[in-house]
Write a protein that binds this ligand. Structure first.
Ligand code: GDP
Ligand code: MG
Length: 192
């Protein structure tokens, strides 16, 4: 596990001059209890996924995707003190966004759409990578949102879609690889 994540402190790979110093800010959005912090802790390589209910956190990691290193700072601060100011900052600061809902919670799915609209309003002319994430896919019996509904929502809102299970570590690596690839795609198309 976690071979794809290398701690930036012991990284010996020097990035090319064009990417040097480039750090991508990725912001987690979503209703309470959908699994944002669980996903963030997996990304951060923290094994102990229980009993750390800190209000907010950032995770600074260097990941290797397609044989190329990318530095990511993941912000899990959306609910920290629930201040309007901080949430406005979140909407402004990200290079990419992960909007999380729980497949067991229809209301969180509706909230995800709201957040997508809010984000579009805040960053009107910008083409920012966004991945819609249906988390808790392991909870089959209490599912309230189907894969099809999630996928259809992503089509409407013009973003990528993936279902994950933080509990089973299912698709979590794919999620973070996906966000890096999305960021690179947008960057490359701007440079052309
Ligand atoms: P946050 O409020 O969005 O940061 O959500 P948390 O990461 O704190 O998770 C809320 C609760 O859902 C915790 O009890 C987690 O253990 C649980 N949880 C998170 N992800 C999953 C998942 O993929 N499957 C299951 N079964 N539970 C999860
Ligand atoms: Mg949290």
């Amino acid at each position: 596990r976690d071979r794809w994540v290398s701690d930036s402190s012991d990284s010996v790979i020097s990035s090319g001059s064009d990417t040097e110093g480039q750090v991508y800010k990725v912001v987690l959005l979503g209703e309470q209890a959908v699994g944002k912090s669980s996903l963030a802790r997996i990304f951060g390589g923290i094994e102990d996924t229980h009993d750390c209910e800190e209000a907010g956190n950032t995770y600074d990691r260097s990941v290797i995707v397609d044989e190329e290193e990318a530095s990511i700072v993941l912000y899990d601060i959306w609910e920290q003190d629930n201040s309007r100011w901080l949430q406005d900052q979140c909407m402004k600061m990200g290079d990419a966004y992960i909007i999380v809902y729980s497949v067991t919670d229809k209301a969180s799915f509706e909230k995800a759409s709201e957040l997508r609209i809010q984000l579009r309003r805040a960053r009107q002319s910008e083409d920012i990578p966004i991945i819609l994430v249906g988390n808790k896919s392991d909870l089959v019996r209490s599912r309230e949102v189907s894969v099809e509904e999630g996928r259809a929502c992503a089509v409407v809102f013009d973003c990528k879609f993936i279902e994950t299970s933080a509990s089973l570590h299912h698709n979590v690596q794919a999620l973070f690889e996906g966000i890096v690839r999305q960021i690179r795609l947008r960057k490359d198309s701007k440079e052309d």
